[in-house]
Design a binder for this molecule. Structure first.
Ligand code: ADP
Ligand code: MG
Length: 459
Protein backbone atom coordinates (compact mmCIF):
# COMPACT_ATOMS: atom_id res chain seq x y z
CA UNK A 1 0.00 0.00 0.00
CA UNK A 2 1.30 3.45 -0.84
CA UNK A 3 1.47 6.12 1.78
CA UNK A 4 -1.52 7.95 0.32
CA UNK A 5 -3.53 4.77 0.24
CA UNK A 6 -2.73 4.22 3.89
CA UNK A 7 -3.77 7.76 4.79
CA UNK A 8 -6.95 7.36 2.74
CA UNK A 9 -7.82 4.09 4.46
CA UNK A 10 -7.17 5.48 7.92
CA UNK A 11 -9.49 8.33 7.10
CA UNK A 12 -12.19 5.94 5.89
CA UNK A 13 -11.95 4.04 9.15
CA UNK A 14 -12.03 7.22 11.17
CA UNK A 15 -15.10 8.56 9.39
CA UNK A 16 -16.83 5.20 9.60
CA UNK A 17 -16.19 5.06 13.31
CA UNK A 18 -17.75 8.50 13.76
CA UNK A 19 -20.69 7.52 11.67
CA UNK A 20 -21.51 4.12 13.20
CA UNK A 21 -22.02 2.79 16.68
CA UNK A 22 -19.03 0.97 18.10
CA UNK A 23 -20.56 -2.49 17.77
CA UNK A 24 -21.65 -1.87 14.21
CA UNK A 25 -18.22 -0.53 13.35
CA UNK A 26 -16.49 -3.54 14.85
CA UNK A 27 -18.80 -5.94 13.12
CA UNK A 28 -18.87 -4.46 9.62
CA UNK A 29 -15.71 -2.47 9.21
CA UNK A 30 -12.91 -3.67 11.39
CA UNK A 31 -11.90 -6.68 9.33
CA UNK A 32 -12.17 -4.94 5.95
CA UNK A 33 -8.95 -4.33 4.01
CA UNK A 34 -8.01 -1.85 1.38
CA UNK A 35 -6.22 -3.63 -1.43
CA UNK A 36 -5.35 -0.62 -3.54
CA UNK A 37 -6.69 2.55 -5.13
CA UNK A 38 -6.38 2.58 -8.89
CA UNK A 39 -8.07 4.75 -11.52
CA UNK A 40 -10.22 6.29 -8.82
CA UNK A 41 -11.47 2.94 -7.65
CA UNK A 42 -10.81 1.73 -4.13
CA UNK A 43 -10.66 -2.06 -4.05
CA UNK A 44 -11.91 -3.16 -0.68
CA UNK A 45 -11.82 -6.71 0.58
CA UNK A 46 -14.82 -7.60 2.76
CA UNK A 47 -16.98 -10.49 3.67
CA UNK A 48 -19.60 -10.94 0.94
CA UNK A 49 -22.52 -10.60 3.32
CA UNK A 50 -21.29 -7.14 4.33
CA UNK A 51 -21.35 -5.69 0.85
CA UNK A 52 -24.82 -4.21 0.98
CA UNK A 53 -24.14 -2.66 4.32
CA UNK A 54 -21.07 -0.92 2.88
CA UNK A 55 -22.96 0.24 -0.15
CA UNK A 56 -25.78 1.61 1.91
CA UNK A 57 -23.86 3.14 4.74
CA UNK A 58 -20.28 3.80 3.78
CA UNK A 59 -20.33 5.05 0.22
CA UNK A 60 -20.37 8.65 1.38
CA UNK A 61 -17.52 8.01 3.77
CA UNK A 62 -15.39 6.69 0.92
CA UNK A 63 -16.26 9.63 -1.28
CA UNK A 64 -15.46 12.12 1.46
CA UNK A 65 -12.14 10.51 2.25
CA UNK A 66 -11.41 10.29 -1.48
CA UNK A 67 -11.81 14.01 -2.01
CA UNK A 68 -9.78 14.79 1.07
CA UNK A 69 -6.81 12.64 0.12
CA UNK A 70 -6.86 12.23 -3.66
CA UNK A 71 -8.81 15.28 -4.62
CA UNK A 72 -11.15 13.27 -6.79
CA UNK A 73 -14.16 11.05 -6.51
CA UNK A 74 -13.20 7.60 -5.39
CA UNK A 75 -15.73 4.81 -5.79
CA UNK A 76 -15.58 1.48 -4.09
CA UNK A 77 -15.23 -1.91 -5.67
CA UNK A 78 -15.75 -4.78 -3.27
CA UNK A 79 -13.74 -7.96 -3.46
CA UNK A 80 -14.85 -11.07 -1.64
CA UNK A 81 -12.42 -13.89 -2.26
CA UNK A 82 -8.89 -13.58 -1.02
CA UNK A 83 -7.81 -15.22 -4.27
CA UNK A 84 -9.16 -12.21 -6.12
CA UNK A 85 -7.01 -9.81 -4.19
CA UNK A 86 -4.00 -10.32 -6.38
CA UNK A 87 -5.65 -10.03 -9.72
CA UNK A 88 -8.05 -7.16 -9.42
CA UNK A 89 -7.39 -4.38 -11.88
CA UNK A 90 -9.34 -1.30 -12.69
CA UNK A 91 -10.09 -2.63 -16.19
CA UNK A 92 -11.78 -5.89 -15.53
CA UNK A 93 -14.09 -4.59 -12.89
CA UNK A 94 -16.96 -2.27 -13.36
CA UNK A 95 -18.52 -0.17 -10.72
CA UNK A 96 -21.34 -1.94 -8.99
CA UNK A 97 -24.65 -0.25 -8.70
CA UNK A 98 -26.76 -0.81 -5.69
CA UNK A 99 -29.96 -2.03 -7.18
CA UNK A 100 -31.88 -2.21 -3.95
CA UNK A 101 -31.66 1.42 -3.03
CA UNK A 102 -33.22 2.46 -6.30
CA UNK A 103 -35.86 -0.19 -6.23
CA UNK A 104 -38.93 1.82 -5.56
CA UNK A 105 -42.47 0.64 -5.27
CA UNK A 106 -43.87 3.22 -7.67
CA UNK A 107 -46.88 1.04 -7.29
CA UNK A 108 -50.51 1.04 -8.16
CA UNK A 109 -53.06 1.73 -5.47
CA UNK A 110 -52.07 2.68 -1.97
CA UNK A 111 -52.01 -0.32 0.30
CA UNK A 112 -54.15 -0.37 3.42
CA UNK A 113 -52.31 0.69 6.53
CA UNK A 114 -50.87 -1.89 8.88
CA UNK A 115 -51.21 -2.20 12.62
CA UNK A 116 -47.58 -2.61 13.55
CA UNK A 117 -48.22 -3.95 17.08
CA UNK A 118 -44.88 -2.57 18.16
CA UNK A 119 -44.07 -1.71 21.73
CA UNK A 120 -42.63 1.83 21.67
CA UNK A 121 -40.81 1.16 24.93
CA UNK A 122 -38.31 -1.11 23.20
CA UNK A 123 -35.64 0.94 21.44
CA UNK A 124 -31.98 0.51 20.58
CA UNK A 125 -31.13 3.40 22.89
CA UNK A 126 -32.35 1.57 25.96
CA UNK A 127 -30.92 -1.78 24.94
CA UNK A 128 -27.73 -2.04 26.93
CA UNK A 129 -24.88 -3.53 25.01
CA UNK A 130 -22.53 -6.12 26.38
CA UNK A 131 -20.25 -8.74 24.87
CA UNK A 132 -23.09 -11.23 24.96
CA UNK A 133 -25.45 -9.25 22.76
CA UNK A 134 -23.30 -6.92 20.70
CA UNK A 135 -23.53 -8.87 17.44
CA UNK A 136 -27.26 -9.30 17.80
CA UNK A 137 -27.60 -5.58 18.40
CA UNK A 138 -25.26 -4.59 15.57
CA UNK A 139 -27.02 -6.85 13.10
CA UNK A 140 -30.41 -5.56 14.26
CA UNK A 141 -29.30 -1.97 13.75
CA UNK A 142 -27.97 -2.80 10.31
CA UNK A 143 -31.24 -4.43 9.34
CA UNK A 144 -33.29 -1.58 10.75
CA UNK A 145 -31.34 0.94 8.73
CA UNK A 146 -31.51 -0.92 5.46
CA UNK A 147 -34.35 -3.42 5.64
CA UNK A 148 -34.41 -6.12 3.02
CA UNK A 149 -30.91 -5.45 1.83
CA UNK A 150 -28.40 -6.58 4.42
CA UNK A 151 -29.29 -9.78 6.17
CA UNK A 152 -32.44 -11.48 5.11
CA UNK A 153 -33.68 -13.13 7.14
CA UNK A 154 -32.05 -12.10 10.38
CA UNK A 155 -32.39 -14.92 12.88
CA UNK A 156 -31.84 -14.02 16.55
CA UNK A 157 -31.76 -16.80 19.09
CA UNK A 158 -31.09 -17.13 22.81
CA UNK A 159 -32.56 -18.13 26.17
CA UNK A 160 -35.60 -16.49 27.78
CA UNK A 161 -35.50 -12.91 29.02
CA UNK A 162 -32.35 -11.93 27.17
CA UNK A 163 -33.80 -9.22 24.94
CA UNK A 164 -34.95 -10.92 21.73
CA UNK A 165 -38.40 -9.35 21.80
CA UNK A 166 -36.81 -6.04 22.74
CA UNK A 167 -34.52 -6.10 19.69
CA UNK A 168 -37.31 -7.19 17.38
CA UNK A 169 -39.41 -4.21 18.46
CA UNK A 170 -36.45 -1.84 18.29
CA UNK A 171 -35.93 -2.86 14.66
CA UNK A 172 -39.56 -2.10 13.85
CA UNK A 173 -39.57 1.17 15.75
CA UNK A 174 -36.43 2.33 13.96
CA UNK A 175 -37.73 1.37 10.53
CA UNK A 176 -40.87 3.40 11.18
CA UNK A 177 -38.88 6.30 12.51
CA UNK A 178 -36.82 6.34 9.30
CA UNK A 179 -39.85 5.84 7.13
CA UNK A 180 -43.27 6.34 8.72
CA UNK A 181 -44.95 4.81 5.66
CA UNK A 182 -43.13 1.52 5.93
CA UNK A 183 -45.40 -1.44 6.39
CA UNK A 184 -44.07 -3.09 9.50
CA UNK A 185 -45.69 -5.81 11.50
CA UNK A 186 -44.65 -7.48 14.73
CA UNK A 187 -46.37 -10.76 15.56
CA UNK A 188 -45.73 -13.65 17.88
CA UNK A 189 -45.74 -17.05 16.24
CA UNK A 190 -48.61 -17.99 18.51
CA UNK A 191 -50.71 -15.13 17.16
CA UNK A 192 -49.72 -16.01 13.64
CA UNK A 193 -51.13 -19.47 14.25
CA UNK A 194 -54.28 -18.00 15.81
CA UNK A 195 -54.84 -15.75 12.85
CA UNK A 196 -54.33 -18.65 10.54
CA UNK A 197 -56.95 -20.69 12.37
CA UNK A 198 -59.40 -17.79 12.40
CA UNK A 199 -59.03 -17.21 8.69
CA UNK A 200 -59.49 -20.87 7.95
CA UNK A 201 -62.67 -20.85 9.96
CA UNK A 202 -63.97 -17.74 8.24
CA UNK A 203 -62.79 -19.07 4.89
CA UNK A 204 -60.88 -15.86 4.32
CA UNK A 205 -57.40 -17.15 3.54
CA UNK A 206 -56.99 -14.63 0.73
CA UNK A 207 -57.23 -11.85 3.24
CA UNK A 208 -54.60 -13.44 5.44
CA UNK A 209 -52.26 -13.81 2.50
CA UNK A 210 -52.77 -10.19 1.60
CA UNK A 211 -52.16 -9.03 5.15
CA UNK A 212 -48.79 -10.66 5.30
CA UNK A 213 -47.50 -10.54 1.78
CA UNK A 214 -47.88 -6.79 1.47
CA UNK A 215 -45.52 -6.08 4.33
CA UNK A 216 -42.14 -4.41 4.04
CA UNK A 217 -40.90 -5.81 7.32
CA UNK A 218 -42.19 -8.90 9.11
CA UNK A 219 -40.98 -9.36 12.68
CA UNK A 220 -41.91 -12.76 13.97
CA UNK A 221 -41.24 -13.69 17.56
CA UNK A 222 -40.61 -17.14 19.07
CA UNK A 223 -40.64 -19.15 15.88
CA UNK A 224 -39.88 -22.30 17.88
CA UNK A 225 -43.63 -22.37 18.62
CA UNK A 226 -44.35 -23.23 15.01
CA UNK A 227 -44.32 -26.95 15.61
CA UNK A 228 -45.03 -29.59 13.04
CA UNK A 229 -47.40 -31.43 15.26
CA UNK A 230 -49.77 -28.61 16.14
CA UNK A 231 -51.12 -27.60 12.76
CA UNK A 232 -49.83 -28.88 9.48
CA UNK A 233 -51.15 -26.08 7.28
CA UNK A 234 -49.56 -23.26 9.27
CA UNK A 235 -46.05 -24.24 8.28
CA UNK A 236 -47.11 -24.29 4.66
CA UNK A 237 -48.68 -20.85 4.95
CA UNK A 238 -45.68 -19.47 6.77
CA UNK A 239 -43.39 -20.98 4.17
CA UNK A 240 -45.32 -19.28 1.37
CA UNK A 241 -45.38 -15.97 3.22
CA UNK A 242 -41.67 -16.21 3.82
CA UNK A 243 -40.95 -16.92 0.18
CA UNK A 244 -43.19 -14.16 -1.10
CA UNK A 245 -41.60 -11.57 1.16
CA UNK A 246 -38.05 -12.75 0.62
CA UNK A 247 -38.41 -12.82 -3.14
CA UNK A 248 -39.43 -9.17 -3.04
CA UNK A 249 -36.53 -8.15 -0.80
CA UNK A 250 -38.84 -7.54 2.11
CA UNK A 251 -37.17 -7.88 5.46
CA UNK A 252 -37.90 -10.83 7.73
CA UNK A 253 -36.57 -11.06 11.27
CA UNK A 254 -37.16 -14.12 13.40
CA UNK A 255 -36.42 -14.93 17.00
CA UNK A 256 -36.17 -18.32 18.59
CA UNK A 257 -35.02 -19.95 21.80
CA UNK A 258 -32.69 -22.21 19.81
CA UNK A 259 -30.65 -22.29 16.61
CA UNK A 260 -32.32 -23.09 13.30
CA UNK A 261 -30.60 -26.47 13.34
CA UNK A 262 -32.25 -27.34 16.61
CA UNK A 263 -35.76 -26.54 15.44
CA UNK A 264 -36.58 -30.21 15.20
CA UNK A 265 -40.24 -29.52 14.83
CA UNK A 266 -39.93 -27.55 11.66
CA UNK A 267 -39.81 -28.78 8.12
CA UNK A 268 -36.33 -28.88 6.69
CA UNK A 269 -37.14 -26.44 3.89
CA UNK A 270 -38.07 -23.79 6.46
CA UNK A 271 -34.94 -24.36 8.47
CA UNK A 272 -32.88 -24.04 5.30
CA UNK A 273 -34.44 -20.69 4.56
CA UNK A 274 -33.84 -19.42 8.07
CA UNK A 275 -30.16 -19.91 7.43
CA UNK A 276 -30.10 -17.91 4.20
CA UNK A 277 -29.33 -14.69 6.00
CA UNK A 278 -27.51 -14.15 9.26
CA UNK A 279 -27.92 -16.06 12.51
CA UNK A 280 -26.85 -14.30 15.71
CA UNK A 281 -27.16 -15.35 19.33
CA UNK A 282 -27.61 -13.63 22.67
CA UNK A 283 -26.15 -15.21 25.78
CA UNK A 284 -26.81 -14.24 29.41
CA UNK A 285 -25.35 -10.88 30.45
CA UNK A 286 -22.14 -10.81 32.45
CA UNK A 287 -21.85 -8.99 35.75
CA UNK A 288 -20.78 -5.66 34.24
CA UNK A 289 -23.66 -5.68 31.78
CA UNK A 290 -26.11 -6.56 34.54
CA UNK A 291 -24.92 -3.53 36.51
CA UNK A 292 -25.32 -1.33 33.43
CA UNK A 293 -28.79 -2.69 32.73
CA UNK A 294 -29.91 -2.11 36.31
CA UNK A 295 -28.47 1.38 36.40
CA UNK A 296 -30.21 2.24 33.17
CA UNK A 297 -33.56 0.77 34.21
CA UNK A 298 -33.44 2.70 37.48
CA UNK A 299 -32.76 5.93 35.60
CA UNK A 300 -35.51 5.16 33.11
CA UNK A 301 -38.06 4.53 35.85
CA UNK A 302 -37.26 7.75 37.67
CA UNK A 303 -37.98 6.28 41.08
CA UNK A 304 -38.52 8.75 43.93
CA UNK A 305 -35.69 7.10 45.86
CA UNK A 306 -32.08 6.27 45.16
CA UNK A 307 -30.17 3.03 45.09
CA UNK A 308 -26.85 2.74 46.83
CA UNK A 309 -24.12 1.36 44.59
CA UNK A 310 -23.67 -1.72 46.76
CA UNK A 311 -27.37 -2.48 46.36
CA UNK A 312 -27.01 -2.44 42.61
CA UNK A 313 -24.00 -4.70 42.87
CA UNK A 314 -25.87 -6.97 45.23
CA UNK A 315 -28.79 -7.29 42.82
CA UNK A 316 -26.51 -7.92 39.86
CA UNK A 317 -25.03 -10.77 41.86
CA UNK A 318 -28.40 -12.31 42.68
CA UNK A 319 -29.78 -12.84 39.19
CA UNK A 320 -27.38 -14.00 36.60
CA UNK A 321 -29.20 -15.71 33.81
CA UNK A 322 -32.03 -13.48 32.76
CA UNK A 323 -32.69 -9.75 32.35
CA UNK A 324 -36.38 -10.18 33.06
CA UNK A 325 -35.51 -11.29 36.60
CA UNK A 326 -33.52 -8.11 37.12
CA UNK A 327 -36.54 -6.07 36.11
CA UNK A 328 -38.76 -8.18 38.34
CA UNK A 329 -36.46 -7.49 41.25
CA UNK A 330 -36.81 -3.74 40.69
CA UNK A 331 -40.58 -4.12 40.74
CA UNK A 332 -40.44 -6.06 44.01
CA UNK A 333 -38.27 -3.37 45.50
CA UNK A 334 -40.58 -0.63 44.30
CA UNK A 335 -43.45 -2.25 46.14
CA UNK A 336 -41.62 -2.50 49.43
CA UNK A 337 -39.95 0.91 49.07
CA UNK A 338 -43.27 2.62 48.38
CA UNK A 339 -44.85 0.90 51.33
CA UNK A 340 -41.99 1.89 53.60
CA UNK A 341 -41.57 5.32 52.03
CA UNK A 342 -37.87 4.67 51.75
CA UNK A 343 -35.49 7.32 50.42
CA UNK A 344 -32.55 5.06 49.81
CA UNK A 345 -32.63 1.41 48.84
CA UNK A 346 -30.16 -0.43 50.98
CA UNK A 347 -28.93 -3.99 50.52
CA UNK A 348 -31.11 -5.07 53.45
CA UNK A 349 -34.23 -3.60 51.97
CA UNK A 350 -33.46 -5.11 48.59
CA UNK A 351 -32.79 -8.52 50.12
CA UNK A 352 -36.10 -8.40 51.94
CA UNK A 353 -37.99 -7.34 48.83
CA UNK A 354 -36.61 -10.04 46.58
CA UNK A 355 -36.80 -12.86 49.10
CA UNK A 356 -39.97 -14.31 47.62
CA UNK A 357 -38.54 -14.15 44.11
CA UNK A 358 -35.42 -15.96 45.23
CA UNK A 359 -37.57 -18.62 46.82
CA UNK A 360 -39.05 -19.32 43.44
CA UNK A 361 -35.67 -20.81 42.69
CA UNK A 362 -35.56 -24.60 42.50
CA UNK A 363 -35.95 -26.52 45.67
CA UNK A 364 -34.39 -29.89 45.37
CA UNK A 365 -36.74 -32.84 45.43
CA UNK A 366 -39.87 -30.85 44.77
CA UNK A 367 -39.02 -31.22 41.13
CA UNK A 368 -40.21 -34.56 39.89
CA UNK A 369 -38.66 -36.71 37.20
CA UNK A 370 -42.01 -36.72 35.52
CA UNK A 371 -42.03 -32.93 35.29
CA UNK A 372 -38.55 -33.01 33.78
CA UNK A 373 -39.64 -35.57 31.20
CA UNK A 374 -42.69 -33.48 30.32
CA UNK A 375 -40.75 -30.26 29.85
CA UNK A 376 -37.89 -31.86 27.96
CA UNK A 377 -40.41 -33.67 25.76
CA UNK A 378 -42.26 -30.43 25.04
CA UNK A 379 -39.06 -28.71 24.12
CA UNK A 380 -37.96 -31.37 21.68
CA UNK A 381 -41.42 -32.24 20.43
CA UNK A 382 -41.45 -35.81 21.68
CA UNK A 383 -43.82 -37.49 24.11
CA UNK A 384 -43.01 -38.76 27.58
CA UNK A 385 -43.91 -42.17 26.32
CA UNK A 386 -41.27 -41.91 23.62
CA UNK A 387 -38.71 -40.78 26.16
CA UNK A 388 -39.38 -43.87 28.21
CA UNK A 389 -39.45 -46.14 25.17
CA UNK A 390 -36.56 -47.94 23.53
CA UNK A 391 -36.85 -45.98 20.28
CA UNK A 392 -33.55 -44.80 18.86
CA UNK A 393 -34.57 -41.83 16.65
CA UNK A 394 -32.13 -38.98 17.01
CA UNK A 395 -34.66 -36.54 18.52
CA UNK A 396 -35.89 -39.07 21.03
CA UNK A 397 -32.42 -40.16 22.09
CA UNK A 398 -31.36 -36.56 22.65
CA UNK A 399 -34.51 -35.78 24.65
CA UNK A 400 -34.04 -38.94 26.69
CA UNK A 401 -30.42 -38.16 27.52
CA UNK A 402 -31.12 -34.53 28.36
CA UNK A 403 -33.97 -35.61 30.63
CA UNK A 404 -31.71 -38.11 32.39
CA UNK A 405 -29.06 -35.46 32.77
CA UNK A 406 -31.53 -33.05 34.33
CA UNK A 407 -33.04 -35.74 36.54
CA UNK A 408 -29.60 -36.34 37.97
CA UNK A 409 -28.79 -32.65 38.25
CA UNK A 410 -32.05 -31.24 39.54
CA UNK A 411 -33.33 -33.95 41.84
CA UNK A 412 -32.01 -36.05 44.68
CA UNK A 413 -33.01 -39.35 43.14
CA UNK A 414 -30.49 -42.16 42.94
CA UNK A 415 -29.26 -43.45 39.58
CA UNK A 416 -31.22 -46.73 39.83
CA UNK A 417 -34.37 -44.77 40.72
CA UNK A 418 -33.87 -42.49 37.72
CA UNK A 419 -33.27 -45.52 35.49
CA UNK A 420 -36.49 -47.04 36.71
CA UNK A 421 -38.43 -43.89 35.80
CA UNK A 422 -37.05 -44.06 32.28
CA UNK A 423 -38.70 -47.31 31.32
CA UNK A 424 -36.72 -49.51 33.69
CA UNK A 425 -33.21 -48.78 32.47
CA UNK A 426 -30.00 -49.72 34.17
CA UNK A 427 -28.22 -47.17 36.37
CA UNK A 428 -25.16 -47.31 34.09
CA UNK A 429 -27.29 -46.08 31.19
CA UNK A 430 -28.27 -43.04 33.23
CA UNK A 431 -24.69 -42.38 34.19
CA UNK A 432 -23.60 -42.70 30.58
CA UNK A 433 -26.26 -40.20 29.45
CA UNK A 434 -25.33 -37.81 32.24
CA UNK A 435 -21.64 -37.86 31.36
CA UNK A 436 -22.31 -37.57 27.69
CA UNK A 437 -24.50 -34.47 28.00
CA UNK A 438 -22.13 -32.95 30.51
CA UNK A 439 -19.26 -33.32 28.06
CA UNK A 440 -21.22 -31.91 25.18
CA UNK A 441 -22.35 -28.81 27.03
CA UNK A 442 -18.83 -28.11 28.13
CA UNK A 443 -18.07 -27.45 24.46
CA UNK A 444 -21.39 -26.76 22.77
CA UNK A 445 -23.06 -23.51 23.73
CA UNK A 446 -26.24 -24.18 21.85
CA UNK A 447 -27.07 -27.34 23.77
CA UNK A 448 -26.06 -25.65 27.00
CA UNK A 449 -28.48 -22.80 26.32
CA UNK A 450 -31.23 -25.21 25.35
CA UNK A 451 -30.80 -26.97 28.66
CA UNK A 452 -30.84 -23.64 30.51
CA UNK A 453 -34.09 -22.82 28.74
CA UNK A 454 -35.66 -26.10 29.72
CA UNK A 455 -34.44 -25.68 33.29
CA UNK A 456 -36.12 -22.30 33.45
CA UNK A 457 -39.37 -23.95 32.49
CA UNK A 458 -39.02 -26.63 35.12
CA UNK A 459 -38.25 -24.21 37.96
P1 ADP B 1 -36.79 -12.43 25.35
O1 ADP B 1 -37.70 -12.01 24.25
O2 ADP B 1 -35.42 -12.79 24.89
O3 ADP B 1 -37.37 -13.46 26.24
P2 ADP B 1 -37.26 -9.72 26.25
O4 ADP B 1 -36.86 -8.97 25.04
O5 ADP B 1 -38.69 -9.84 26.54
O6 ADP B 1 -36.55 -11.15 26.26
O7 ADP B 1 -36.50 -9.06 27.50
C1 ADP B 1 -36.97 -9.19 28.82
C2 ADP B 1 -36.87 -7.84 29.48
O8 ADP B 1 -35.49 -7.54 29.69
C3 ADP B 1 -37.44 -6.72 28.64
O9 ADP B 1 -38.13 -5.82 29.46
C4 ADP B 1 -36.23 -6.06 28.03
O10 ADP B 1 -36.43 -4.68 27.84
C5 ADP B 1 -35.16 -6.31 29.06
N1 ADP B 1 -33.82 -6.46 28.46
C6 ADP B 1 -33.26 -7.57 27.96
N2 ADP B 1 -32.02 -7.35 27.53
C7 ADP B 1 -31.78 -6.04 27.75
C8 ADP B 1 -30.66 -5.17 27.52
N3 ADP B 1 -29.53 -5.62 26.97
N4 ADP B 1 -30.78 -3.88 27.88
C9 ADP B 1 -31.91 -3.41 28.44
N5 ADP B 1 -32.99 -4.17 28.70
C10 ADP B 1 -32.94 -5.47 28.36
MG1 MG C 1 -39.58 -12.75 23.82
Amino acid sequence: MTENEQIFWNRVLELAQDHLTQATFEFFVLDAQLIKVENNIAFIYIDRMKELFWEKNLQQVIITAGFEIFNSQINAQYVFESAEINNVTANNSTQQINSFAQQNPTSKEPLPTVQSNLNPKYQFDNFIQGDENKWAKAASIAVANSPGTTYNPLFIWGGPGLGKTHLLNAIGNTVLENNPNARVRYITTENFINEFVTHIRLESMEELKENFRNLDVLLIDDIQSLAKKTLEGTQEEFFNTFNALHANNKQIVLTSDRTPDHLNNLEERLVTRFKWGLTVDITPPDYETRIAILTNKILEQGYPYTFSQDTIEYLAGQFDSNVRDLEGALKDINLVATFKQANVITVDLAAEAIRARKQDAPVINIISIEEIQTQVGKFYGVTTKEIKSTKRNQDIVLARQVAMYLAREMTDNSLPKIGKEFGGRDHSTVLHAYNKIKNIIAQDDSLRIEIETIKNKIK
